[in-house]
Design a protein around this ligand. Sequence first.
Ligand code: 4AD
Ligand code: MG
Length: 481
Amino acid sequence: MKHSKVIDLLKSTNTLHEVTAKGWVRTFRNNQFIALNDGSTINNIQCVVDFENTPDETLKRITTGAAICVTGMLSESRGAGQNVEIQVTKITILGDSDPDKFPMQPKKHSLEFLRENAHLRVRTNAFGAIMRVRSTLAFAVHQYFQEKGFFYVNTPVITGADAEGAGEMFQVTSLPLDNLPKNEEGNIDYKKDFFGKHTNLTVSGQLEGETFAMALGQIYTFGPTFRAENSNTSRHLAEFWMIEPEVAFNDLADNMDLAEDFIKYVVKYTVAKCEDDLKFLEGRLLEEEKSKPLADRSEMALLEKLNFVLENNFKRVSYTEAIDILRDSTPNKKKKFQYIINEWGADLQSEHERFLVEKHFKCPVILFDYPAKIKAFYMRLNDNTEPGKETVRAMDILFPGIGEIVGGSQREERYDVLVEKMRALGIDEEELWWYLDTRRFGSAVHSGFGLGFERLVLFVTGMTNIRDVIPFPRTPHNAEF
Ligand code: 4AD
Ligand code: MG
């Protein structure tokens, strides 16, 4: 008999027929009640075992973590919190799980412990919920862009370009590391490497994405990106997924509209689809909050916070206005909040960003028109700025509890200005000849942004460490799985 998914059985209004379910035992109480989960939903189905007619040998093997197959009558349940249960007539143990060795016992494990068991943590309620939410968000990303007529572009993972110019790249080579070929100058001879040149893992698909936007009009990428930045923080991964739309003829204001509309769409879609998982995660967070001092507790529960974002406009503020706000704010040392910033031109630190979104505006903020010096080479220089105070049409979106979730800009479409900027920064024009071709042939205003997918998953799930929202996190000294 074909087995049914637990999510479908639980929704069933039509009982008193035989069903088969397969899944993993979460708990087994009183030699009678199995809580069975098959991953299709946060909810378990209760399977009632006729223990008098089941051999002891089988009962002993119904342990947490074991894979089983049950057949029986789907019946109305008298148990609290469930409509139906299975009155088991046949049970098969598909895979045993030694209760003395299985690490995911039904108790609260620390997140650190779970990270060390990334291959099994998805069998817990919290991680099952997080990973289902992540999958739904990913689907919503595609649905949004596809509905709007964007084309999905797969940009290369191996590339010669450093899109961000930040030099935080993982190198890719096929050369023997213990016997690197050298050229006449004594440097590594990359001409002998697989691609005949120096290559790295991509830090962003933007530059390749721009070439496609200048042909297909509206495109997006959604793929893994890699950064060898040695920041061991709760917001950084060495391998993360980025969504990068790029749109021909969009200016910075259009870009902001697109980013805000996109984020709201995917959050709304996920709130509607993942109600049970989000409610579970909200409950878990509320428990955690109880152990915190009152002053540190968050003002809104998870779903309230998500709905707040859906219902309110993101606040749009220029970098210069933000600096004025930060300058005028009284530092509050008691709360260890050092946000005073005096210098126009300095990059904002995460505590400045958090002050702006969490204390000052109390909503998502789009900061734009940043000083040119602190942003990447490809951003459109604003006209009519004072010498020394040049700004670019950059935008960062800052989210409460997260900080920067989006980085984007209107692109410098003028060939001469772009080349001049590249020269000033020492960026090799020859390397990027193909990128410059977009400005040589039919150049036009265009804009795009990158959204860090894991930061979005952090926001939607209410989790606080980025390691907990990606299946197998890659961070400094951690590539175990
Ligand atoms: O601001 P970033 O560096 O922008 C770019 O890469 C542009 N090329 C995007 C574009 O315009 N097409 O990165 C974009 C976003 C950040 O706002 C952040 O959400 C995320 O990517 N991000 C990271 N997420 C996790 N771990 C890291 N190490 C990240 N670095 C950036
Ligand atoms: Mg950025």
